[in-house]
Design a protein around this ligand. Structure first.
Ligand SMILES: NC(=O)c1ccc[n+]([C@@H]2O[C@H](COP(=O)([O-])OP(=O)(O)OC[C@H]3O[C@@H](n4cnc5c(N)ncnc54)[C@H](O)[C@@H]3O)[C@@H](O)[C@H]2O)c1
Length: 314
């Protein structure tokens, strides 16, 4: 380990955001312990790091307690794709709630800073647009996606309870839709699904009219935001939005993907998904003010890099 480095735990380090974060932290001179149960992540995502002496991997499920000496914890472990959430909602709840509590206990024992990867899903189907951190959200507690939305909301509550009651040093990031190389090609998330359909020349399927507006954040921008938040002043806990405010309809996203892949796939509309939010856009005034952070990668550039990745793994 380099002399200046910290010992940092990244849960979910084998996933999309976690693997890019681990690379950035090791490059920065930190010693990184990646904890993952490999439910959605894979060791292929960590190929560049596996021989690095400053990087270790521990196969562990965060729903069980963990004892490690670390100075910082990024709690990213949780399946982010709706297909996994529908497949095993009980596991999602255990990971979001019990997992967060276990990591908070660890942070308390180790006197470590802990950052939670929360989500824009805590805003649900928002009645306020764009969504500032002060908006409390509009979530159906018994809806088909509630295991994730409410699990993450409960985790936010747990973070503030440990902070207020035990003085744990917390940071709460509300991450908006993030995409990039190492997304799972079959996870059904909109960016990966549309790119794979375009590359395969099969119909591009859009649920509903395609007028739903969404914002898309490239993974490098998200990682930069998380690292800046972890390094922010002690008295700033968040919550803090990390997202790209540039909005596109699903129809526009599909058109850009068709153009960048050169695909001749047709766009086909399927019945709308129940409780699919009509709009979601980050208000990032606070991130600009507190961290000097704003996204740097345009949708076209990010999609191009992601398409290149999918071409290389097909
Ligand atoms: N990607 C996004 O659009 C997005 C948006 C908002 C929030 N987030 C949050 O950011 C985090 C990372 O998202 P991602 O896109 O990298 O997801 P991902 O599914 O690619 O990675 C999640 C990682 O967590 C691991 N994991 C899942 N359950 C675990 C458990 N119980 N114990 C240990 N490891 C476990 C998986 O194996 C995987 O490696 C998640 O907490 C997610 O909720 C992501």
């Amino acid at each position: 380990m380099s002399a200046s480095g910290k010992r940092i735990l990244v849960t979910g380090g084998a996933g999309l955001i976690g693997s890019h974060l681990c690379e950035r932290l090791v490059a920065h001179g930190d010693e990184v312990l990646c904890v993952d149960n490999f439910f959605t992540g894979t060791d292929k995502n960590m190929r560049a790091l596996l021989q690095n002496p400053d990087f270790k991997v521990l196969r562990h499920d965060i729903t069980a307690p963990l004892h490690e000496r670390v100075e910082e914890i990024y709690n990213l472990a949780c399946p982010a794709a709706p297909i996994h959430q529908r497949f095993d909602p009980v596991r999602v709840l255990k990971t979001t709630i019990n997992g967060a509590m276990n990591m908070l206990e660890l942070a308390m024992r180790a006197d470590a800073r802990i950052l939670q990867a929360s989500t824009s899903e805590v805003y649900g189907d928002p009645a306020v647009h764009p969504q500032p951190e002060s908006y409390w959200g509009h979530v159906n507690p018994v809806g088909p996606r509630s295991c994730y939305d409410e699990g993450k909301r409960a985790a936010e509550s747990a973070f503030f309870a440990y902070h207020r009651q035990h003085g744990v040093k917390i940071k709460l990031a509300r991450i908006f839709n993030t995409y990039g190389p190492r997304m799972h090609p079959e996870d059904g998330r909109v960016v990966s699904k549309l790119i794979m359909q375009a590359l395969d020349g099969s119909p591009i399927t859009i649920y509903g009219t395609g007028t739903q507006r969404r914002s898309y954040t490239y993974v490098d921008d998200t990682v930069e935001g998380l690292m800046r938040l972890m390094g922010s002043a002690d008295d700033f806990c968040g919550p803090l939005n990390i997202g790209n405010p540039a909005e596109f309809t699903l129809g526009e996203l599909a058109e850009i993907i068709l153009e960048l892949t050169g695909s001749r796939s047709e766009i086909v509309h399927l019945p709308a998904v129940a409780e699919d939010p009509k709009q979601r856009q980050a208000d990032i005034a606070l991130a600009r003010e507190k961290l000097g952070w704003s996204p740097q990668v345009t949708l076209r550039d990010g999609l191009w890099r992601t398409i290149e990745y999918f071409r290389s793994v097909r």
